[in-house]
Design a protein around this ligand. Structure first.
Ligand code: PLP
Length: 374
């Protein structure tokens, strides 16, 4: 039995409100929204209502929202689309700390033409670098995530939105880690926005891409009229309903969750550093997500720590779930050019709205015990 789940940046449990919405929609609204009889039309109607509710939360026109299977699809599809539209010399400005679901398609489609804003040692980005790197008239896109998935560092996406608008360059923000954890104000001003339901209490396999203009002729998938012909394939209405319900539910409790959880996270870090001297918190000096703690341990491969913690009933991560599988090295530690020996000595802890103060403290103590036994 898992006692403490601290891997919310990888995925979250289904929010109870989302579960109820999903069950209701699955039982009662399973018909194909593109069919023409009355029940199907009712599903289509509810689907469009869900789009309006999401657009309302994001502060954008509903026609700008395209439902996708999640952030990986949104990022890949956007990059592919912009590569098709732009000339062979066009460049992209991005950062060195982007998620692989963005960084890899960028390298694939714009090989050798991706200019990266460097990250400071605290994992924050240098906004002036974006200004310097943008080539007027030759920049297909500026794309910088809202919050980093490993360190939780908050990026200046609102400033980037304004900068890109002034320079007349489109700006895309992968907000997968921000949405559901911090207020959404301002996202409607971005040109493109990526979100993923399972990061904020919704089901897996559903997300969205907000595009610049509802009339922009996107073809994320061809072969059907769904999503105004922009992404063919039968819409997963129950998952969409659950996603929007989850976001409404978490947004409602943010005001109380944020200060409480960040105080518990901070207390966890204080206890941790006192129990394991030599531990260094990454990004502690800059604004971070309230749920995330990335730290470098003084010794031993992080997989050893993770294994012992798992035995003790705690789920944590060695970095992002995507990079943790291959060679285990943290990609953000590489991006900040940390000493090589630190790449495999980091743990990422990420709590959620349902995490208790006792769980945070129990994790710090478990870490202390594991450290003493290694
Ligand atoms: N972008 C960021 C910043 C992420 O943290 C993740 C998941 O870890 C993804 C994209 C991929 O999300 P999905 O699982 O919805 O494809």
């Amino acid at each position: 039995m898992m006692r403490g789940y601290f891997d919310h940046n990888a995925t979250t449990p289904l929010h109870p409100a989302a579960r109820a919405a999903w069950l209701e929609a699955t039982d009662r609204c399973w018909q194909n929204p593109s069919s023409l009889y009355r029940e199907a039309a009712a599903v289509k109607h509810r689907l469009e209502e869900a789009r309006e509710r999401l657009a309302d939360l994001l502060g954008c026109d509903p026609g700008r929202v395209i439902f996708t299977s999640g952030a990986t699809e949104s990022n890949n599809a956007l990059v592919r689309w912009l590569a098709q539209k732009s000339g062979p010399e066009a460049i992209v400005v991005s950062s060195s700390t982007e998620h692989p679901s963005l960084a890899e398609p960028l390298e694939h489609e714009f090989r050798g033409r991706v200019l990266k804003m460097p990250a400071h040692a605290d994992t924050s980005l240098n906004l002036e670098a974006a200004d310097r790197l943008i080539q007027p008239g030759n920049t297909a896109l500026v794309t910088v995530m809202a919050a980093n998935n490993e360190s939780g560092t908050l990026n200046p996406w609102r400033d980037l939105t304004a900068l890109c608008r002034a320079r007349q360059v489109p700006y895309h923000c992968d907000a997968s880690q921000w949405i559901g954890k911090l207020p959404l104000t301002g996202f409607g001003e971005c040109d493109y926005l990526t979100g993923s339901a399972h990061k904020f209490g919704g089901p897996k396999g559903i997300g969205f891409l907000m595009v610049r203009d509802e009339n922009e002729r996107f073809h994320l998938a061809r072969g059907g009229p769904q999503e105004e012909g922009r992404r063919a394939g039968t819409e997963n209405y129950p998952a969409i309903e659950a996603m929007v319900t989850a976001l409404e539910a978490v947004e409602e409790t943010l005001d109380s969750v944020m200060p409480q959880q960040s105080a518990w996270r901070d207390a966890f870090e204080t206890t941790l550093c006192s129990l394991i001297p030599g531990t260094r918190i990454v990004g502690q000096e800059v604004s971070r997500l309230w749920n995330t703690s990335l730290f470098v341990l003084p010794a031993h491969d992080h997989r050893k720590w993770l294994g012992r913690l798992s035995q003790a009933g705690f789920a944590v991560s060695t970095g992002s779930a995507c990079s943790a599988g291959d060679n285990g090295a943290s990609s953000v530690m590489q991006a900040i050019q940390a000493p090589v020996e630190e790449w495999r000595r980091v743990l990422r802890i990420s709590g959620g709205w349902e995490t208790t103060a006792e769980e945070w403290q129990a994790l710090a103590e478990a870490l202390g015990k594991v450290g003493a036994g290694l």
